[in-house]
Design a protein around this ligand. Structure first.
Ligand SMILES: *Cc1c(COP(=O)(O)O)cnc(C)c1O
Length: 460
């Protein structure tokens, strides 16, 4: 009889090596200088630029890969990393992500991959529950909020054209009635990309207030300027202020005008998961579709975006892909009918693990912790001479302006110091340093260390 371990033998050494190297990386996260020490060209030199003529041992490949790449890694998982909106890595989610690769399930047809489909479907349902979305809502896991915006807006495009009597599934948008798209002036650029890909062009920018929230009076006026099929894109979580659009008033106006309402809530939608911050997104559940990320606020490893649509029929009509060799599910909705991909990993499984490890109160505590850290950072920054916090810190974003300082130079000094990392941006006519608090480890001591680093940078 063949020894039972035969298949696994080839895998054991490289996997153990990867586990050891990954463990060493994770162990060092809190201490390592955050900015990378090597650039792309240096790392390419270390990796070897020429395609090898002959193969080599898998364990050697893993070891060489880690040795070459590590100097070029930015420690995005650091509790003191505030660049862009980038979440950390929850342990259960990371470990589940490894299992996903080991299981290697093409998660496209639920009856073909029932194990991981079950976990992914539950993850989607649990996320919608936490976010307070309607019971009818169907979710799908995408690579990120950019593709979630794309998929949701494809469903929106189909729904508004179908209502106008146009068969877009047959004719596309060629010759279709014109679709008006309106979005708050401070919408995220990923919405523009999604609209561009869908052939809808740039949205009409609707005036926003001093926190970047769409102004309902301006929305009302913009809606009144036309008729016919229309889509309104709202936002939960402005990347500068963290503020969310006033959904109660905006959704009412938009629906009153017969439009589809889509919400880009990549990180801000998670305000709904805590009783303390839920008021920030009141009324968001009345929209028609939502895009969010698990790889930001929820600290699931990349990539984990979520698209959610209240009317499953609109989503399925826009996304469905079936053929003689791709039978539809006996019941339920296949992944291929929820998102763009056909072949794809079980992308939702790490989110299942993250939600199970946290539970409802754990997710609320995670959100509350991020907000507490942002509030603490803002207080500390306000206490420094010549520093002004430009936004109302209601959620996880802090924008600091520095009187008479070159912010880009200040950011470089902070980078070189290595303890904390934030990125320069421009908002409300000022150069700013933007702190996005998105890491589960950003506690009071991380905030203190960050403030000390900013003080050093201001002196230096
Ligand atoms: C990050 C972000 C996106 C894009 O999400 P990805 O996951 O990076 O594709 C869209 N909108 C907002 C508000 C974001 O913060």
């Amino acid at each position: 009889m063949e020894p039972a371990s035969r298949f696994g033998d080839e895998y054991r050494a490289p996997m153990e090596s990867a586990a050891r190297l990954a463990g060493r990386w994770i162990d060092g996260v809190a201490e390592r200088p955050i900015a990378p020490r090597a650039g792309v060209e240096q790392v390419k030199d270390a990796l070897g630029r020429r395609l090898p003529e002959h193969g080599s041992d898998a364990t050697e490949v893993v070891e060489a890969l880690a040795a070459a790449v590590e100097p070029g890694l930015m420690v995005m998982q650091s509790p003191r990393f505030y660049g862009w909106v980038i979440g950390g890595t929850a342990p259960a989610a990371l470990a589940a992500d490894w299992l996903v690769s080991a299981w290697d399930q093409n998660t496209v047809l639920r009856d073909m991959a029932p194990g991981v489909s079950a976990a992914e479907e539950l993850a989607g349902e649990w996320a919608c529950d936490l976010l307070g979305l309607p019971a009818s809502t169907v979710a799908g896991f995408t690579t990120g909020a950019t593709t979630a915006n794309l998929v949701a807006l494809a469903a929106a495009r189909h729904a508004v054209l179908a209502r106008a009597g146009w068969d877009d599934l047959r004719y596309g948008i060629q010759g279709a009635p014109r679709i008006r798209v309106l979005a708050g002036a401070e919408h995220h650029p990923s919405v523009d990309v999604a609209l561009r890909v869908l052939g809808l062009g740039l949205p009409v920018d609707v005036a926003a207030d001093d926190q970047g929230r769409i102004r309902p009076d301006a929305l009302e006026a913009a809606l009144a300027e036309g008729d016919g099929p229309a889509i309104v894109c709202l936002q939960a979580g402005n990347v500068h202020s963290g503020a969310s659009d006033p959904f109660e008033a905006s959704v009412e106006l938009a629906h009153g005008a017969g439009t589809w309402v889509h919400v880009d809530g990549a990180f801000g939608l998670w305000a709904a998961a805590s009783p303390r911050t839920r008021h920030l997104v009141a009324g968001v559940e009345r929209a028609d579709s939502w895009a969010t990320d698990a790889h930001k606020t929820l600290n699931v490893p990349y990539d984990a975006g979520i698209v959610a649509v209240a009317d499953p029929a609109a989503l399925v009509a826009a996304m469905a892909m079936h053929a003689a060799y791709l039978p539809a599910a006996e019941s339920g909705i296949d992944v291929s009918d929820r998102v763009l991909e056909l072949s794809r990993r079980a992308r939702g499984v790490p989110t299942y693990a993250a939600l199970r490890a946290l539970g409802r109160d754990g997710v609320a505590a995670l959100v509350d912790g991020l907000v507490a850290a942002a509030t603490g950072l803002a207080e500390g920054l306000r206490g420094m001479p010549g520093v002004e916090v430009l936004n109302d810190v209601v959620f996880t974003q802090v924008c600091a302006a520095f009187d008479g300082r070159d912010v880009a130079a200040l950011a470089r000094v902070l980078d070189a110091d290595g303890v904390a990392l934030a990125h320069p941006s421009h908002w409300r006519g000022r150069d700013i340093l933007r702190f996005s608090v998105s890491n589960r480890g950003t506690d009071a001591s991380a905030v203190e260390a960050t403030l000390a680093a900013v003080r050093r940078a201001l002196r230096g």
